[in-house]
Ligand binder design. Structure first.
Ligand code: FDA
Length: 455
């Protein structure tokens, strides 16, 4: 794994890591950035030993939806570092400067880069911390080190996604689970060559050669659904695009300034301290900042397109609102959908070249990785994990190793920003501080420490 570790077959012995990060999306990348900056402070501070495991062969952020022209939903100032330390060398501005585009970017007069550009920024950051990451490996389990009465050390079991089989186990005092979101499909529907989740849109659309029906069906009225409809309409000028959703129309995302405060770092403190019923209310009031809503400009653009086509008498963008998808059948030359109008009318079949299910995501549950350790994690009255303000799961006293969580799985405790980029920089600093406190609290022997590089 990291330098200096003896590999004894399938187990990495020697001093345990301070933390193993599971998943290397923006959340754990932000943590790697915070730790790298801590480690390069020099002086009397001790370096944290960390390694991150990522199943993708290289860094990638929702690659299947890197649609040309699609823009970020947050300000570039909410990058991986600025909100924690504007003087960091990992800021988006520093990236622009190094790429020679700072003046060009400023001239655009926009806070919102394209997703393609932000992806390039994230890759630029990932390249600077590459020595801490093992790509192409999947974490299958986290288990306690056997023989310990209290659980002070964990073993993170990984296997290569491609190539030689075989497991490896890495010892660590803490894990930071940042495994992100899992695509959600309608019940009973499985993906296939002609039935795609929106997360696979780009590779699937690029590979599509036979299109006898000249029609796509896009299910869902959120940002991904609207972007998918716009993309297919633009990229396949001979095809009809049927946007199917149960709402009456696309609804705009509330990105007004007072509501936007729900994404501030301070809002995490407020949310965390709020009584349960206030938490519920806040999530409901402000769901329309993030869930099942669409960027206002994109709504205007789609409406203009639909109207102009109506005027011209050639409607290619068809909005099938108040309509439910009741069945999908994959066929050799495409797919058959069965649609049910919600306001009267009989269900009917609509054949197409492909169905894109922009039906959202669910958080991946860390308990699937924790095996028997999951029983030692405390839950609230609704079966949800109890999580400290420092993002650490509360456990039975026997478990002294730390299990930290990042992402949507902490939305019930830390608020709506949990699944987003907005507070990643600050949150990463908080977790880095918690790891340092843990290290100090355990009085880790000198021999276990790593010299701090002075840079
Ligand atoms: P993310 O899902 O990005 O990363 C998790 C990583 O863990 C993945 O790389 C995965 O491969 C890896 N992994 C999972 N299980 C593993 C295992 N067992 N072993 C090893 N690796 C494993 N938010 C926002 O604030 N502004 C925006 O503009 C957008 N835009 C946006 C567009 C699209 C198309 C989507 C789908 C989502 C957004 N989001 C967003 C929300 C999005 O959740 C957020 O941008 C980040 O992806 C969250 O980062 P994470 O690291 O938490 O998860």
């Amino acid at each position: 794994m990291s330098a200096g570790h003896a590999d004894t077959g399938n187990r990495h012995e020697g001093p345990a890591e301070d933390a193993v990060g599971i998943g290397f999306g923006p959340a754990n990348l932000a943590l790697a950035v915070a730790i790298t900056e801590h480690n390069s402070q020099g002086g009397t501070t001790r370096a944290l030993r960390t390694v991150f495991v990522e199943r993708q062969p290289e860094f990638g952020w929702h690659r299947g939806m890197l649609l040309p022209g699609a823009t970020m939903q947050v300000s570039f100032l909410k990058d991986l570092a600025t909100m924690r330390d504007p003087s960091s060398r990992f800021t988006f501005l520093r990236y622009l400067h190094e790429r020679g585009r700072l003046a060009d970017f400023i001239n655009q007069k926009s806070f919102f880069p394209t997703r393609l550009e932000f992806h390039d920024y994230l890759r630029w950051c990932a390249a600077m911390v590459a020595d801490q990451v093992r790509y192409g490996r999947e974490v299958g389990a986290i288990r306690p080190v056997e023989g310990e009465e209290t659980v002070d050390t964990l073993e993170v079991v990984t296997r290569a996604v491609a190539g030689a089989p075989g497991e490896e186990a890495t010892r660590t005092r803490n894990v930071v689970v940042g495994t992100g979101l899992v695509p959600r499909l309608p019940e009973g529907v499985s993906p296939g060559p002609r039935v795609w989740h929106s997360s696979d849109l780009l590779p699937r659309a690029n590979a599509l050669t036979e299109r006898p029906h000249r029609r796509f069906v896009v299910v869902g009225a959120g940002q991904s659904g609207a972007e998918t409809a716009e993309f297919l309409h633009r990229e396949f000028p001979d095809a009809e695009v049927c946007a199917v959703f149960s709402r009456y129309g696309y609804s705009p995302a509330d990105d007004s300034p007072f509501a936007n405060r729900i994404f501030d770092p301070d809002a995490v403190d407020d949310f965390y301290a709020a009584p349960d019923e206030v938490k519920e209310r806040l999530l409901t009031y402000h769901a329309n900042t993030n869930y099942s809503v669409v960027d206002g400009e994109l709504i205007e653009q789609l409406y203009r397109t639909a109207y102009q086509e109506k005027v011209a008498g050639a409607e290619r963008l068809r909005i099938l609102n108040t309509t439910a998808l009741t069945a999908v059948e994959e066929r050799p030359d495409g797919a058959r959908t069965v649609l049910r109008p919600l306001i009267g009318g009989e269900p009917y079949a609509l054949d197409c070249d492909a169905v894109v299910l922009a039906t959202g995501y669910r958080p991946s549950d860390p308990r699937t990785l924790l095996g028997p350790l999951a029983d030692e994690c405390l839950t609230d009255g609704r079966g949800r994990l109890r999580i400290g303000r420092d993002h650490r799961v509360e456990t039975t006293p026997r478990v002294r190793a730390g299990i930290y969580l990042q992402g949507a799985v902490t939305e019930h405790s830390h608020g709506i920003t949990s699944s987003l980029l907005s507070t990643l920089a600050v949150r990463a600093g908080e977790i880095c501080d918690a790891l340092l406190l843990d290290r100090a609290g355990r009085d880790v022997p000198e021999a276990d420490d790593v010299a701090v590089p002075t840079v």
